[in-house]
Design a protein around this ligand. Structure first.
Ligand SMILES: C[S@@+](CC[C@H](N)C(=O)[O-])C[C@H]1O[C@@H](n2cnc3c(N)ncnc32)[C@H](O)[C@@H]1O
Length: 498
Protein backbone atom coordinates (compact mmCIF):
# COMPACT_ATOMS: atom_id res chain seq x y z
CA UNK A 1 0.00 0.00 0.00
CA UNK A 2 1.35 3.46 -0.87
CA UNK A 3 1.77 6.30 1.66
CA UNK A 4 -1.74 7.65 0.90
CA UNK A 5 -3.60 4.42 1.91
CA UNK A 6 -5.86 4.74 -1.17
CA UNK A 7 -6.66 8.44 -0.60
CA UNK A 8 -6.62 10.33 -3.93
CA UNK A 9 -3.38 12.30 -3.56
CA UNK A 10 -2.55 13.13 -7.18
CA UNK A 11 -4.10 16.62 -7.00
CA UNK A 12 -4.57 19.27 -4.33
CA UNK A 13 -7.90 20.13 -2.74
CA UNK A 14 -10.04 23.29 -2.99
CA UNK A 15 -9.73 26.22 -0.54
CA UNK A 16 -13.02 25.92 1.31
CA UNK A 17 -13.94 27.78 4.50
CA UNK A 18 -16.66 26.61 6.89
CA UNK A 19 -18.26 28.90 9.45
CA UNK A 20 -19.27 26.00 11.73
CA UNK A 21 -15.60 25.41 12.62
CA UNK A 22 -15.23 28.71 14.50
CA UNK A 23 -14.70 28.21 18.26
CA UNK A 24 -17.54 30.60 19.17
CA UNK A 25 -19.94 28.68 16.90
CA UNK A 26 -18.88 25.30 18.33
CA UNK A 27 -19.32 26.61 21.89
CA UNK A 28 -22.77 27.97 21.09
CA UNK A 29 -23.89 24.65 19.60
CA UNK A 30 -22.80 22.59 22.62
CA UNK A 31 -24.22 25.19 24.99
CA UNK A 32 -27.63 24.92 23.36
CA UNK A 33 -27.56 21.30 24.49
CA UNK A 34 -26.38 22.07 28.03
CA UNK A 35 -22.61 21.32 27.95
CA UNK A 36 -20.20 23.78 29.56
CA UNK A 37 -17.57 24.61 26.95
CA UNK A 38 -14.04 24.83 28.25
CA UNK A 39 -13.56 28.45 27.29
CA UNK A 40 -15.31 30.37 30.05
CA UNK A 41 -15.67 33.44 27.81
CA UNK A 42 -14.49 35.05 24.60
CA UNK A 43 -10.83 36.08 24.75
CA UNK A 44 -9.61 33.13 26.90
CA UNK A 45 -6.61 31.28 25.45
CA UNK A 46 -7.24 27.85 23.90
CA UNK A 47 -5.69 25.24 21.61
CA UNK A 48 -7.31 24.09 18.38
CA UNK A 49 -6.33 21.18 16.10
CA UNK A 50 -7.55 20.54 12.56
CA UNK A 51 -7.15 17.02 11.19
CA UNK A 52 -6.83 17.03 7.40
CA UNK A 53 -6.44 20.81 7.11
CA UNK A 54 -6.22 20.70 3.30
CA UNK A 55 -5.09 23.98 1.72
CA UNK A 56 -5.16 25.69 5.13
CA UNK A 57 -7.22 28.77 4.26
CA UNK A 58 -9.97 28.06 6.79
CA UNK A 59 -7.53 27.44 9.64
CA UNK A 60 -5.48 30.54 8.77
CA UNK A 61 -8.61 32.69 8.90
CA UNK A 62 -9.53 31.27 12.30
CA UNK A 63 -5.99 31.93 13.58
CA UNK A 64 -6.33 35.51 12.35
CA UNK A 65 -9.74 35.95 13.98
CA UNK A 66 -8.67 34.42 17.33
CA UNK A 67 -5.19 35.76 18.20
CA UNK A 68 -5.58 34.27 21.70
CA UNK A 69 -5.79 30.71 20.26
CA UNK A 70 -2.99 28.34 19.21
CA UNK A 71 -3.85 26.54 15.97
CA UNK A 72 -2.34 23.38 14.49
CA UNK A 73 -3.17 21.83 11.12
CA UNK A 74 -2.25 18.24 10.23
CA UNK A 75 -2.29 16.86 6.72
CA UNK A 76 -0.26 14.16 4.99
CA UNK A 77 -0.14 15.77 1.53
CA UNK A 78 3.08 17.80 1.31
CA UNK A 79 1.56 20.08 -1.37
CA UNK A 80 -1.15 21.06 1.10
CA UNK A 81 1.36 21.81 3.86
CA UNK A 82 3.60 23.92 1.58
CA UNK A 83 0.59 25.94 0.47
CA UNK A 84 -0.73 26.37 4.02
CA UNK A 85 2.62 27.49 5.45
CA UNK A 86 3.16 30.01 2.67
CA UNK A 87 -0.32 31.41 3.23
CA UNK A 88 0.18 31.69 7.01
CA UNK A 89 3.44 33.56 6.41
CA UNK A 90 1.85 35.88 3.87
CA UNK A 91 -0.97 36.68 6.33
CA UNK A 92 1.60 37.41 9.06
CA UNK A 93 0.22 34.79 11.49
CA UNK A 94 2.32 33.67 14.44
CA UNK A 95 -0.21 31.45 16.22
CA UNK A 96 -0.49 28.66 13.69
CA UNK A 97 1.61 25.61 12.74
CA UNK A 98 1.11 23.15 9.91
CA UNK A 99 2.56 19.69 10.29
CA UNK A 100 2.96 17.09 7.54
CA UNK A 101 1.87 13.89 9.24
CA UNK A 102 -0.31 10.80 8.86
CA UNK A 103 -3.23 10.08 11.23
CA UNK A 104 -2.09 6.47 11.42
CA UNK A 105 1.32 7.31 12.91
CA UNK A 106 0.03 10.09 15.13
CA UNK A 107 -2.75 7.92 16.59
CA UNK A 108 -0.13 5.51 17.89
CA UNK A 109 2.06 8.32 19.23
CA UNK A 110 0.48 11.79 19.33
CA UNK A 111 3.55 13.22 21.14
CA UNK A 112 2.94 16.86 22.20
CA UNK A 113 -0.53 16.79 20.60
CA UNK A 114 -1.79 14.46 23.37
CA UNK A 115 -4.52 15.84 25.65
CA UNK A 116 -3.61 19.37 24.64
CA UNK A 117 -6.62 20.69 22.68
CA UNK A 118 -9.94 22.27 23.56
CA UNK A 119 -11.17 21.73 20.01
CA UNK A 120 -10.35 19.09 17.40
CA UNK A 121 -12.06 19.36 14.02
CA UNK A 122 -12.15 17.07 10.97
CA UNK A 123 -14.18 18.55 8.15
CA UNK A 124 -14.73 16.34 5.12
CA UNK A 125 -12.41 13.54 6.24
CA UNK A 126 -14.31 10.60 7.74
CA UNK A 127 -16.17 9.58 4.55
CA UNK A 128 -13.10 9.66 2.34
CA UNK A 129 -10.61 7.40 4.14
CA UNK A 130 -10.50 3.64 4.59
CA UNK A 131 -11.83 2.05 7.79
CA UNK A 132 -8.42 1.58 9.52
CA UNK A 133 -7.44 5.20 8.78
CA UNK A 134 -10.80 6.40 10.01
CA UNK A 135 -10.31 4.46 13.23
CA UNK A 136 -6.86 6.04 13.64
CA UNK A 137 -8.30 9.50 12.94
CA UNK A 138 -10.94 9.05 15.65
CA UNK A 139 -8.38 7.73 18.12
CA UNK A 140 -6.12 10.67 17.38
CA UNK A 141 -9.00 13.15 17.79
CA UNK A 142 -9.85 11.62 21.13
CA UNK A 143 -6.27 11.49 22.39
CA UNK A 144 -5.57 15.06 21.30
CA UNK A 145 -8.56 16.47 23.25
CA UNK A 146 -8.47 17.58 26.85
CA UNK A 147 -11.35 16.06 28.85
CA UNK A 148 -14.45 18.16 28.17
CA UNK A 149 -13.12 19.14 24.72
CA UNK A 150 -15.21 19.25 21.55
CA UNK A 151 -14.66 17.09 18.46
CA UNK A 152 -16.30 18.30 15.24
CA UNK A 153 -16.65 15.63 12.57
CA UNK A 154 -18.55 16.09 9.32
CA UNK A 155 -19.40 13.24 6.97
CA UNK A 156 -21.67 12.11 4.15
CA UNK A 157 -24.58 10.02 5.29
CA UNK A 158 -27.17 7.58 4.12
CA UNK A 159 -29.92 7.63 3.06
CA UNK A 160 -29.12 10.93 1.25
CA UNK A 161 -26.16 9.44 -0.65
CA UNK A 162 -27.79 6.19 -1.73
CA UNK A 163 -28.38 7.41 -5.29
CA UNK A 164 -25.00 9.12 -5.61
CA UNK A 165 -23.23 5.95 -4.47
CA UNK A 166 -24.24 4.48 -7.88
CA UNK A 167 -22.40 7.38 -9.52
CA UNK A 168 -19.34 6.98 -7.29
CA UNK A 169 -19.24 3.27 -8.14
CA UNK A 170 -19.42 3.84 -11.90
CA UNK A 171 -16.86 6.67 -11.64
CA UNK A 172 -14.46 4.38 -9.78
CA UNK A 173 -14.84 1.62 -12.41
CA UNK A 174 -14.27 4.12 -15.24
CA UNK A 175 -11.20 5.55 -13.49
CA UNK A 176 -9.73 2.07 -12.99
CA UNK A 177 -10.13 1.46 -16.71
CA UNK A 178 -8.64 4.80 -17.81
CA UNK A 179 -5.94 5.29 -15.17
CA UNK A 180 -5.23 8.14 -12.73
CA UNK A 181 -3.85 10.47 -15.43
CA UNK A 182 -7.38 10.72 -16.89
CA UNK A 183 -9.21 10.51 -13.58
CA UNK A 184 -11.11 13.81 -13.92
CA UNK A 185 -12.34 12.83 -17.41
CA UNK A 186 -13.35 9.41 -16.06
CA UNK A 187 -15.71 11.01 -13.51
CA UNK A 188 -17.18 13.33 -16.17
CA UNK A 189 -17.66 10.37 -18.50
CA UNK A 190 -19.32 8.34 -15.75
CA UNK A 191 -21.73 11.24 -15.10
CA UNK A 192 -22.64 11.38 -18.79
CA UNK A 193 -23.13 7.59 -19.01
CA UNK A 194 -25.24 7.43 -15.89
CA UNK A 195 -27.35 10.37 -17.06
CA UNK A 196 -28.17 8.41 -20.23
CA UNK A 197 -29.07 5.41 -18.09
CA UNK A 198 -31.66 7.56 -16.30
CA UNK A 199 -33.63 7.91 -19.54
CA UNK A 200 -35.55 11.07 -20.32
CA UNK A 201 -37.69 13.10 -17.91
CA UNK A 202 -40.75 11.86 -19.83
CA UNK A 203 -39.65 8.21 -19.93
CA UNK A 204 -37.46 7.70 -16.84
CA UNK A 205 -35.62 4.42 -16.33
CA UNK A 206 -36.11 2.18 -13.28
CA UNK A 207 -33.02 3.75 -11.67
CA UNK A 208 -34.34 7.28 -12.22
CA UNK A 209 -37.65 6.31 -10.63
CA UNK A 210 -36.00 4.72 -7.60
CA UNK A 211 -33.44 7.58 -7.14
CA UNK A 212 -35.22 10.76 -8.20
CA UNK A 213 -32.46 13.05 -6.85
CA UNK A 214 -29.72 11.46 -8.93
CA UNK A 215 -30.54 13.42 -12.10
CA UNK A 216 -30.06 16.76 -10.33
CA UNK A 217 -26.79 15.67 -8.72
CA UNK A 218 -25.39 14.43 -12.05
CA UNK A 219 -26.40 17.68 -13.75
CA UNK A 220 -24.05 19.54 -11.36
CA UNK A 221 -20.99 17.39 -12.11
CA UNK A 222 -19.85 19.27 -15.29
CA UNK A 223 -19.74 22.54 -13.26
CA UNK A 224 -17.68 21.10 -10.41
CA UNK A 225 -13.91 21.64 -10.28
CA UNK A 226 -11.72 18.62 -10.97
CA UNK A 227 -10.02 19.15 -7.59
CA UNK A 228 -13.34 18.78 -5.76
CA UNK A 229 -14.61 15.96 -7.93
CA UNK A 230 -11.52 13.81 -7.50
CA UNK A 231 -11.11 14.32 -3.78
CA UNK A 232 -14.83 13.78 -3.24
CA UNK A 233 -15.29 10.58 -5.27
CA UNK A 234 -11.92 9.06 -6.21
CA UNK A 235 -10.89 7.70 -2.82
CA UNK A 236 -10.72 3.98 -2.24
CA UNK A 237 -12.24 4.39 1.21
CA UNK A 238 -15.24 6.49 0.03
CA UNK A 239 -18.09 5.43 2.26
CA UNK A 240 -21.09 7.45 3.45
CA UNK A 241 -22.31 6.20 6.82
CA UNK A 242 -25.59 5.83 8.64
CA UNK A 243 -25.48 8.03 11.69
CA UNK A 244 -25.75 5.19 14.23
CA UNK A 245 -22.66 3.50 12.73
CA UNK A 246 -20.64 6.69 12.96
CA UNK A 247 -21.73 7.35 16.53
CA UNK A 248 -20.76 3.81 17.50
CA UNK A 249 -17.29 4.21 16.02
CA UNK A 250 -16.81 7.50 17.85
CA UNK A 251 -18.07 6.03 21.12
CA UNK A 252 -15.42 3.29 20.80
CA UNK A 253 -12.85 6.12 20.87
CA UNK A 254 -14.45 7.77 23.97
CA UNK A 255 -16.20 10.43 21.88
CA UNK A 256 -19.86 10.83 22.78
CA UNK A 257 -22.34 12.51 20.41
CA UNK A 258 -23.73 15.70 21.89
CA UNK A 259 -25.11 18.14 19.30
CA UNK A 260 -25.04 19.29 15.72
CA UNK A 261 -23.03 22.23 14.42
CA UNK A 262 -25.84 22.59 11.84
CA UNK A 263 -27.75 24.61 14.41
CA UNK A 264 -31.40 24.00 13.34
CA UNK A 265 -30.83 20.24 13.67
CA UNK A 266 -30.71 20.70 17.46
CA UNK A 267 -34.43 21.51 17.48
CA UNK A 268 -36.78 18.65 16.68
CA UNK A 269 -39.59 21.24 16.70
CA UNK A 270 -38.37 22.26 13.23
CA UNK A 271 -39.01 18.80 11.76
CA UNK A 272 -41.94 18.54 9.31
CA UNK A 273 -45.14 17.96 11.26
CA UNK A 274 -45.87 14.58 9.63
CA UNK A 275 -42.67 12.94 10.95
CA UNK A 276 -42.09 14.90 14.17
CA UNK A 277 -44.23 12.81 16.61
CA UNK A 278 -42.44 9.54 15.78
CA UNK A 279 -38.97 11.06 16.10
CA UNK A 280 -39.79 13.00 19.27
CA UNK A 281 -41.33 9.94 20.94
CA UNK A 282 -38.12 7.91 20.58
CA UNK A 283 -36.13 8.03 23.81
CA UNK A 284 -32.97 6.24 22.68
CA UNK A 285 -30.71 9.07 21.40
CA UNK A 286 -29.03 7.02 18.69
CA UNK A 287 -32.30 5.60 17.36
CA UNK A 288 -33.83 9.07 17.46
CA UNK A 289 -30.99 10.49 15.32
CA UNK A 290 -31.44 7.56 12.92
CA UNK A 291 -35.18 8.16 12.59
CA UNK A 292 -34.54 11.84 12.03
CA UNK A 293 -32.01 11.16 9.24
CA UNK A 294 -34.31 8.65 7.55
CA UNK A 295 -37.21 11.09 7.74
CA UNK A 296 -35.31 13.94 6.10
CA UNK A 297 -33.15 11.87 3.71
CA UNK A 298 -30.05 13.26 5.47
CA UNK A 299 -26.98 13.52 3.26
CA UNK A 300 -24.42 15.41 5.36
CA UNK A 301 -23.90 15.74 9.09
CA UNK A 302 -21.75 18.11 11.12
CA UNK A 303 -21.67 16.27 14.44
CA UNK A 304 -20.18 17.44 17.71
CA UNK A 305 -18.79 14.83 20.10
CA UNK A 306 -17.46 15.38 23.59
CA UNK A 307 -14.64 13.67 25.37
CA UNK A 308 -16.48 13.85 28.68
CA UNK A 309 -19.57 15.96 29.23
CA UNK A 310 -19.72 18.80 31.79
CA UNK A 311 -23.47 19.44 32.11
CA UNK A 312 -24.72 22.80 33.40
CA UNK A 313 -27.58 23.11 35.81
CA UNK A 314 -30.50 25.11 34.38
CA UNK A 315 -29.42 28.12 36.41
CA UNK A 316 -25.78 27.90 35.27
CA UNK A 317 -26.88 27.45 31.67
CA UNK A 318 -29.09 30.50 31.83
CA UNK A 319 -26.22 32.54 33.29
CA UNK A 320 -23.76 31.36 30.67
CA UNK A 321 -26.13 31.92 27.76
CA UNK A 322 -26.92 35.39 29.09
CA UNK A 323 -23.33 36.44 28.37
CA UNK A 324 -23.26 35.31 24.71
CA UNK A 325 -23.06 38.34 22.43
CA UNK A 326 -24.69 38.48 18.99
CA UNK A 327 -24.74 41.11 16.25
CA UNK A 328 -26.41 41.72 12.92
CA UNK A 329 -24.38 40.29 10.07
CA UNK A 330 -26.03 40.57 6.66
CA UNK A 331 -29.69 41.11 7.41
CA UNK A 332 -31.53 42.81 4.57
CA UNK A 333 -34.96 44.14 5.53
CA UNK A 334 -37.63 41.49 5.20
CA UNK A 335 -41.00 40.69 6.64
CA UNK A 336 -40.73 36.96 6.09
CA UNK A 337 -38.46 34.72 8.10
CA UNK A 338 -38.13 31.54 6.14
CA UNK A 339 -34.94 29.49 6.34
CA UNK A 340 -33.75 26.62 4.17
CA UNK A 341 -32.57 23.85 6.51
CA UNK A 342 -31.83 20.14 6.25
CA UNK A 343 -35.31 19.64 7.79
CA UNK A 344 -36.83 21.54 4.83
CA UNK A 345 -38.08 25.13 4.76
CA UNK A 346 -38.58 26.41 8.33
CA UNK A 347 -40.68 29.54 8.71
CA UNK A 348 -41.05 31.38 11.97
CA UNK A 349 -43.83 33.79 12.96
CA UNK A 350 -42.20 37.03 11.73
CA UNK A 351 -43.00 39.20 14.77
CA UNK A 352 -40.51 37.80 17.34
CA UNK A 353 -37.72 37.62 14.71
CA UNK A 354 -38.34 41.23 13.75
CA UNK A 355 -38.31 42.18 17.48
CA UNK A 356 -34.88 40.53 17.93
CA UNK A 357 -33.47 42.13 14.78
CA UNK A 358 -34.74 45.58 15.67
CA UNK A 359 -32.93 45.33 19.07
CA UNK A 360 -29.75 44.26 17.24
CA UNK A 361 -30.09 47.13 14.77
CA UNK A 362 -28.97 49.34 17.68
CA UNK A 363 -25.73 47.36 18.08
CA UNK A 364 -24.49 44.04 19.45
CA UNK A 365 -26.55 42.68 22.34
CA UNK A 366 -26.09 39.85 24.82
CA UNK A 367 -28.51 36.93 24.99
CA UNK A 368 -29.43 38.21 28.46
CA UNK A 369 -30.19 41.73 27.17
CA UNK A 370 -32.28 40.29 24.36
CA UNK A 371 -34.28 38.22 26.84
CA UNK A 372 -35.06 41.41 28.77
CA UNK A 373 -35.65 43.65 25.74
CA UNK A 374 -37.82 41.27 23.73
CA UNK A 375 -39.70 39.52 26.55
CA UNK A 376 -39.10 36.17 24.80
CA UNK A 377 -38.61 32.94 26.76
CA UNK A 378 -35.10 31.43 26.85
CA UNK A 379 -35.95 28.40 24.70
CA UNK A 380 -37.79 30.55 22.16
CA UNK A 381 -34.90 33.02 21.89
CA UNK A 382 -32.41 30.12 21.53
CA UNK A 383 -34.37 28.79 18.54
CA UNK A 384 -34.68 32.22 16.93
CA UNK A 385 -30.96 32.95 17.29
CA UNK A 386 -30.06 29.50 15.96
CA UNK A 387 -32.13 30.10 12.82
CA UNK A 388 -30.84 33.67 12.33
CA UNK A 389 -27.26 32.39 12.68
CA UNK A 390 -27.99 29.55 10.28
CA UNK A 391 -29.45 32.03 7.78
CA UNK A 392 -26.34 34.23 8.06
CA UNK A 393 -28.47 37.17 9.25
CA UNK A 394 -26.61 37.45 12.56
CA UNK A 395 -23.16 36.49 13.83
CA UNK A 396 -21.71 35.77 17.26
CA UNK A 397 -20.12 39.00 18.37
CA UNK A 398 -16.42 39.20 19.22
CA UNK A 399 -15.91 42.91 18.86
CA UNK A 400 -14.55 43.00 22.44
CA UNK A 401 -11.68 40.58 21.64
CA UNK A 402 -10.47 41.57 18.19
CA UNK A 403 -7.18 42.97 16.97
CA UNK A 404 -8.51 45.35 14.31
CA UNK A 405 -5.14 46.20 12.75
CA UNK A 406 -4.19 42.56 12.33
CA UNK A 407 -7.56 41.66 10.84
CA UNK A 408 -7.35 44.47 8.30
CA UNK A 409 -3.82 43.51 7.34
CA UNK A 410 -5.00 39.93 6.76
CA UNK A 411 -7.91 41.11 4.63
CA UNK A 412 -5.66 43.37 2.53
CA UNK A 413 -3.44 40.36 1.83
CA UNK A 414 -6.44 38.20 0.99
CA UNK A 415 -7.77 40.83 -1.40
CA UNK A 416 -4.43 40.92 -3.20
CA UNK A 417 -4.39 37.13 -3.41
CA UNK A 418 -7.96 36.97 -4.76
CA UNK A 419 -7.14 39.69 -7.30
CA UNK A 420 -4.05 37.79 -8.39
CA UNK A 421 -6.25 34.84 -9.34
CA UNK A 422 -6.03 32.60 -6.24
CA UNK A 423 -9.29 30.72 -5.90
CA UNK A 424 -10.05 32.03 -2.41
CA UNK A 425 -13.53 33.35 -1.80
CA UNK A 426 -13.58 34.44 1.84
CA UNK A 427 -12.33 37.25 4.03
CA UNK A 428 -12.25 37.72 7.75
CA UNK A 429 -15.24 39.23 9.55
CA UNK A 430 -13.33 40.07 12.72
CA UNK A 431 -16.33 41.45 14.61
CA UNK A 432 -18.04 38.07 14.44
CA UNK A 433 -14.93 35.88 14.83
CA UNK A 434 -15.81 34.28 11.54
CA UNK A 435 -15.59 34.77 7.80
CA UNK A 436 -17.82 36.01 5.01
CA UNK A 437 -17.74 35.25 1.32
CA UNK A 438 -16.06 37.72 -1.00
CA UNK A 439 -16.10 36.82 -4.68
CA UNK A 440 -13.56 37.86 -7.30
CA UNK A 441 -16.23 40.17 -8.78
CA UNK A 442 -16.65 41.89 -5.41
CA UNK A 443 -12.87 42.12 -4.91
CA UNK A 444 -12.53 43.82 -8.32
CA UNK A 445 -15.36 46.24 -7.58
CA UNK A 446 -13.81 47.04 -4.21
CA UNK A 447 -10.50 47.73 -5.90
CA UNK A 448 -12.21 49.98 -8.45
CA UNK A 449 -14.09 51.83 -5.75
CA UNK A 450 -10.86 52.55 -3.89
CA UNK A 451 -9.52 54.02 -7.13
CA UNK A 452 -12.61 56.29 -7.01
CA UNK A 453 -13.80 55.14 -10.45
CA UNK A 454 -17.12 56.35 -11.80
CA UNK A 455 -19.97 53.87 -12.30
CA UNK A 456 -19.10 53.46 -15.97
CA UNK A 457 -15.38 53.05 -15.22
CA UNK A 458 -16.17 50.53 -12.47
CA UNK A 459 -18.06 48.31 -14.90
CA UNK A 460 -15.17 48.49 -17.38
CA UNK A 461 -12.69 47.75 -14.58
CA UNK A 462 -14.69 44.66 -13.67
CA UNK A 463 -14.79 43.34 -17.23
CA UNK A 464 -11.09 44.00 -17.80
CA UNK A 465 -10.10 42.38 -14.50
CA UNK A 466 -12.08 39.22 -15.21
CA UNK A 467 -10.72 38.96 -18.75
CA UNK A 468 -7.14 39.40 -17.50
CA UNK A 469 -7.63 36.37 -15.22
CA UNK A 470 -9.32 34.35 -17.97
CA UNK A 471 -12.70 34.36 -16.15
CA UNK A 472 -16.07 35.01 -17.71
CA UNK A 473 -18.74 37.26 -16.25
CA UNK A 474 -21.79 35.68 -14.72
CA UNK A 475 -24.47 38.38 -14.96
CA UNK A 476 -24.86 41.98 -16.11
CA UNK A 477 -22.10 44.33 -14.84
CA UNK A 478 -24.71 46.91 -13.73
CA UNK A 479 -26.61 44.29 -11.71
CA UNK A 480 -23.40 42.98 -10.13
CA UNK A 481 -22.41 46.51 -9.18
CA UNK A 482 -25.84 47.22 -7.68
CA UNK A 483 -25.65 44.02 -5.58
CA UNK A 484 -22.14 44.95 -4.43
CA UNK A 485 -23.25 48.46 -3.39
CA UNK A 486 -26.10 46.96 -1.39
CA UNK A 487 -23.73 44.62 0.40
CA UNK A 488 -21.01 47.17 1.11
CA UNK A 489 -22.51 48.70 4.31
CA UNK A 490 -22.77 45.19 5.85
CA UNK A 491 -19.12 44.46 5.07
CA UNK A 492 -18.11 47.82 6.56
CA UNK A 493 -20.14 47.17 9.73
CA UNK A 494 -18.33 43.86 10.24
CA UNK A 495 -14.98 45.65 10.24
CA UNK A 496 -13.88 43.96 7.05
CA UNK A 497 -12.81 47.10 5.23
CA UNK A 498 -10.73 50.04 6.37
C1 LIG B 1 -11.57 16.12 1.44
S1 LIG B 1 -10.12 16.85 2.04
C2 LIG B 1 -10.74 18.02 3.20
C3 LIG B 1 -9.77 19.14 3.47
C4 LIG B 1 -10.30 20.25 4.36
N1 LIG B 1 -10.62 19.76 5.69
C5 LIG B 1 -11.48 20.92 3.72
O1 LIG B 1 -12.61 20.57 4.07
O2 LIG B 1 -11.28 21.79 2.86
C6 LIG B 1 -9.40 15.59 3.09
C7 LIG B 1 -8.02 15.93 3.59
O3 LIG B 1 -7.55 14.90 4.47
C8 LIG B 1 -6.18 14.66 4.21
N2 LIG B 1 -5.87 13.27 4.61
C9 LIG B 1 -6.43 12.14 4.11
N3 LIG B 1 -5.92 11.05 4.72
C10 LIG B 1 -5.01 11.49 5.63
C11 LIG B 1 -4.15 10.84 6.56
N4 LIG B 1 -4.11 9.50 6.65
N5 LIG B 1 -3.36 11.60 7.35
C12 LIG B 1 -3.40 12.97 7.24
N6 LIG B 1 -4.18 13.63 6.36
C13 LIG B 1 -4.99 12.91 5.56
C14 LIG B 1 -6.04 14.89 2.71
O4 LIG B 1 -4.74 15.17 2.32
C15 LIG B 1 -7.00 16.07 2.49
O5 LIG B 1 -6.36 17.30 2.62
Amino acid sequence: MSWDHGYFSSTSYTSGVYRELAPAWLDFAVLLNGHAPQRGQEGEPFAYLELGSGMGLGLCLLAAAYPEGEFTGIDFQPDHIVHSRRLAKRLGLNNITFQEADFLNLAADPGPLAAAHHYVVAHGIATWITAPIQQAMLQLASRALTPGGIFYCSYNTYPGWLGASAYQHLGELTRQRQGDAKAAQAYQQAAASLTSLLGSEEAPSALAISQPELRGRLAQIPNQSSAYLLQEYANEGWQPLYVADMHQRCAAAKLRFHASATLPENFLDFLPANVRPLVQAETDPSLRQSLQDLAINQSFRRDLFLRGIAPYTNHELRQRLAGIMVRLQEAPSTNTYSFMTSFGQVSGAPEPYARVESCLAQGPRSFGQLLGDTGLKLAELGQILALLLHGGRIGLDRSGSIDVERARYVNEQLLELILSGRSYAHVLAPASGNTVELSLVEALLLQGQRLQLSTNELEQHLLKGLTALGRSINGEPAALLAAFRERLPHLEALGILP
